[in-house]
Design a protein around this ligand. Structure first.
Ligand code: SAM
Length: 458
């Protein structure tokens, strides 16, 4: 099987493999990670494919094991070019994929290796194929003169086709890595096989969005949220803490029908003609937007058997948006707000709500409303020093499949992806059942800890 080189973005390393694995599942791609230093020793490599993709813990390729070491290159075995381009076409963190012809630490050894290949992989492009050479450099720059001189050194490829800068049939690329922070080979050489959807990060940039609020979520991470939710045509995705709608746009961008709700209708409605709906019009995605409604996730009006393909959310941490829920009277009905008790409208009274309680309620909600194999994709804030894996809420109907971290100073934000186990396997489990941790999780009382930490660091 040919070996391909993935060139990834240098941001959010911990999200790269979860994204690629999810995309392989969406596109039904079989793949096998390769470690550069042991291409021959394939028995040591960890295998992974759609059939046996991991449930509890993602398999990280060796050069990606430490997520804080940003290594933007990954090698992988794939069936063919078609699988390669299909795999990354909707990726956010992959920039490009190449068929790998060779890698080395010096130009001399690269040329030595390539020029002695018994059946060079470029033979089929030697005669009549138009082509061009491109360069990708990291931690260095090459002048035009240097680039030309490097290209001339590939003369042994004996390419006879026309050079076309605008529409070449074949693009040969040299990736040169001189960054001290990036381990692995210094030079990779290959043939470009496909690009990704990384330009969507620019499309959804908050600076260009018609309507935003203080809770609007970063574009790149909203896209990855949609990716982890496996948003695609025919899917129905719901955000129960929709705010200004950041996740709805990106889920609809990948083709899903989207809907949302929020306890506070003002965020959703916006002002002066600017709202979630006007953003959908701006992005030309109005056809995928179902609607939003005002509602408390703990009293959600969705009928019991209403099933969703995914739930995406960024619950309130109490920093920018507070967590609230409808207060219940002793009889269990909602208590009217005193100010409005004489009016014909019923405005229920709200009470404060701990994020740790909210996460438990949310996870029970997901167990009830997710279709089999549907995903709950949830952002959870944690205090870095206090975090332990036991803080992650568990439910017997949901399997945690990814836990990726975005670190800040004293706190972090984790993107948790759960998958609903099929109902045939969870028939005897109570939907309200929860494995509560013995100690309070690090996200308990998050607001107070967040501001305490902010004082400590200033
Ligand atoms: C962090 S914000 C979500 C922001 C959103 N992702 C966006 O793009 O703007 C959390 C939202 O949850 C809402 N909220 C708080 N308690 C809620 C509850 N019990 N049910 C539903 N929404 C709630 C808040 O009004 C706030 O808009």
């Amino acid at each position: 099987m040919p070996i391909y080189l993935l060139h990834l973005a240098s941001t959010h390393a911990d999200f790269h493999i979860p994204e690629l694995e999810t995309l392989a599942k969406i596109e039904s791609i079989s793949y096998r990670w390769v470690k550069p230093s042991c291409i021959e020793e394939s028995s040591e490599l960890q295998e992974n494919s759609i059939g046996d993709y991991p449930r509890e813990k993602p398999v990280y390729p060796i050069n990606h094991a430490n997520a804080t070491t940003l290594n933007p290159f990954l090698l992988v075995e794939l069936d063919d070019d078609a699988s390669a381009s299909k795999w990354v076409r909707r990726s956010i963190f992959c920039k490009n994929i190449y068929e790998l012809y060779g890698f080395a630490d010096t130009f001399e050894s690269l040329h030595d290796y390539l020029s002695k290949l018994p059946s060079p992989p470029w033979l089929q492009y030697q005669k009549d194929t138009s082509y061009k050479f491109t360069f990708e450099t990291f931690g260095t720059r090459r002048t035009m003169e240097e680039q030309l001189s490097i290209i001339n050194d590939f003369g042994y490829m004996k390419l006879e086709g026309l050079v076309s800068m605008k529409r070449p049939e074949c693009i040969f690329t040299l990736l040169e890595n001189r960054s001290k922070d990036i381990e692995g080979p210094k030079l990779y050489f290959g043939r470009w096989c496909g690009g990704s959807s990384r330009d969507a990060v620019d499309k959804f940039d908050l600076k260009r969005r018609n309507y935003i609020g203080i809770t609007s979520f970063d574009a790149e991470l909203s896209l990855i949220t949609a990716q982890m939710a496996m948003a695609m045509p025919g899917k129905l995705i719901y955000d129960p803490f929709v705010g200004t709608g950041s996740f709805l746009y990106t889920c609809s961008y990948f083709g899903a029908f989207t809907m949302g709700s929020d306890i506070d209708g003002r965020q959703m409605r916006g002002k002066g003609g600017k709202s979630i709906r006007s953003n959908f019009t701006q992005y030309q995605l109005a056809g995928s937007f179902l609607d939003v409604f005002t509602g408390d996730v703990t009293n959600c009006p969705l009928r019991e058997n209403f099933l969703l393909d995914a739930i995406v959310c960024d619950p309130p941490y109490g920093v920018r948006a507070g967590a609230k829920k409808i207060a219940k009277s002793s009889s269990g009905s909602s208590t009217p707000n005193q100010l409005n008790s004489n009016s014909t409208s019923h405005y229920p009274k709200l009470e404060q709500y701990q994020i740790s309680d909210m996460v438990f309620d949310l996870i029970c909600f997901a167990a009830k409303h997710l279709a089999d194999y549907g995903r709950l994709v949830l952002w959870l804030p944690t205090i870095t020093e206090e975090y332990s894996v036991e803080d992650i809420p568990r439910h017997p109907c949901l399997s945690l499949i990814y836990n990726s971290v975005q670190p800040f100073t004293h706190w972090s934000r984790r993107l948790l992806t759960f998958e609903r186990l099929p109902r045939s396997e969870t028939q005897n489990v109570s939907l309200e059942f929860l494995e509560k941790a013995s100690k309070a999780p690090s996200h308990h009382d998050f607001r107070r800890k967040y501001f305490m930490g902010a004082h400590r660091t200033t």
